[in-house]
Design a protein around this ligand. Structure first.
Ligand SMILES: C[S@@+](CC[C@H](N)C(=O)[O-])C[C@H]1O[C@@H](n2cnc3c(N)ncnc32)[C@H](O)[C@@H]1O
Length: 220
């Protein structure tokens, strides 16, 4: 395809969308792959997929393959879900929660998310969803951004405790954060202190320029 080839030299915009929630969204060919971007950052595929793939590698593909139930908060085009299915070969149940129905429409139409049989997408606020769900999970991936901004609730005790409650013993949290300002650095340092001896937390700085990943294992 010509557009794909040309995109190795210059990004080629395919379509722009307006959304009440995400404002502007754009599907682009970039370096030979189709990506989804918000106004100021990459939302899905591209560098975002690489970042979360690294996180999954830190946890271990083999370990994840044996999990039964995975929750993904923040779906966008669904690149981490694709990695789980195509590369990890995860065949258990995946639930994705995405606040913006326009984003889900793009994920289905441009990235074939609705063709993944073991994945169910719920259009909801991640905060509301975790309050309501009755299930427990082996892996909870938290990748919630409004453009480059991370909602405050992600770092608050109430949400952290609820996520910890929803996690099975020996399960993992994979949390993607962006660190741009000194305040973001302080916020992440504080986040580390929120987990007691029942959890094993690791921080992976500068995964890709501004991203810092956390993996957190529930020990008991
Ligand atoms: C970086 S993208 C997620 C990328 C995705 N994990 C992937 O693997 O391709 C962040 C997503 O979080 C969604 N989002 C923002 N606030 C949210 C909220 N409160 N609840 C659920 N999703 C939210 C955005 O609409 C956006 O699609």
């Amino acid at each position: 395809m010509v557009q794909k080839f040309l995109s190795y030299f210059i990004p080629i915009s395919i379509k722009k969308f307006n959304s009440e929630i995400s404002k502007s969204l754009e599907v682009t060919w970039n370096n030979g792959e189709l990506v989804l971007d918000s106004k100021n950052t990459n939302y899905s595929y591209g560098s975002l997929q690489r970042i979360l793939r690294k996180g999954l590698k830190y946890i271990g593909f083999e370990r994840i393959k044996n999990f039964e139930n995975i929750l993904v908060l923040g779906v966008a085009g669904g690149s981490v879900i694709k990695t789980l299915v195509d590369e990890v070969k995860f065949s258990g149940k995946i639930t994705g929660v995405e606040i913006d129905s326009k984003v889900v429409e793009i994920a289905n139409n441009y990235f074939g998310l609705n063709k993944i049989p073991n994945c169910k997408i719920v259009v909801d606020d991640a905060f509301e969803f975790v309050l309501k769900t009755k299930e427990k999970y082996d892996l909870i991936i938290i990748d919630v951004f409004q453009d480059t901004t991370m909602p405050n609730f992600l770092f608050e005790d109430f949400f952290i405790n609820r996520i910890n409650f929803l996690l099975n013993i020996n399960g993992f949290i994979l949390f993607n954060t962006m660190v741009i300002t000194k305040n973001d650095e302080i916020r992440n340092q504080l986040y580390k202190t929120k987990f007691d001896k029942n959890y094993s937390l690791r921080m992976y700085p500068k995964v890709e320029t501004h991203n810092e990943l956390f993996t957190i294992k529930k020990l008991s």
